[in-house]
Write a protein that binds this ligand. Sequence first.
Ligand code: GRF
Length: 197
Amino acid sequence: MTQARVAILISGSGSNMEALVRAMTGAFPARPVLVIADDPQAGGLARAHRLSVPHVVVDHNAMPGDRAAFEAALSRALTLARADIICLAGFMRVLSADFVARWQGRILNIHPSLLPAFKGLHTHARALAAGGAEHGCSVHLVTPGLDDGPVLGQARLPILPGDTPDTLAARLLPLEHRLYPAVLARFAQGDLRPLLL
Ligand code: GRF
């Protein structure tokens, strides 16, 4: 059984990237081949170094306003790494329809809400403001629409009295770290059935 080659795109601390990398051992049907940060300051670069995963920076600030150049550099790095699957993990750039089409069906993203609720930013504050009883995270296939693709997995948690966006985010992150590897394992084997943790 060949193992899928996984590239992970980050912009920040990279805790989801670390969870994915740590899961990809033994019988797991995928292996990390590259971490790409869009910012040289991304804390996840130090994590990738500690995890001995090859890592590069494709600095979006080096090509200000030129998304085509940025995405061409991304595609070059992904092609050189022979990536089969791309995991966006705390990646803060919106990818163009052209890029998504180029890697059609092979890009996953984790989003900190129970999609289709709360697409976009500030999801914890918005979930609190909505007054619902639950919050959660979703892993979905990336399509041209923002946070809009088919959901491949979700994990839920109760919203507690006194929760703030920060307490909610902190309680949600460990669930993300369980959900993303579980979905990736199924996806790498071609299993697109939604996983509900
Ligand atoms: C996480 O909440 C993730 O859902 C969102 O970015 C946050 C930071 O993730 N996409 P990480 O620690 O950089 O993986």
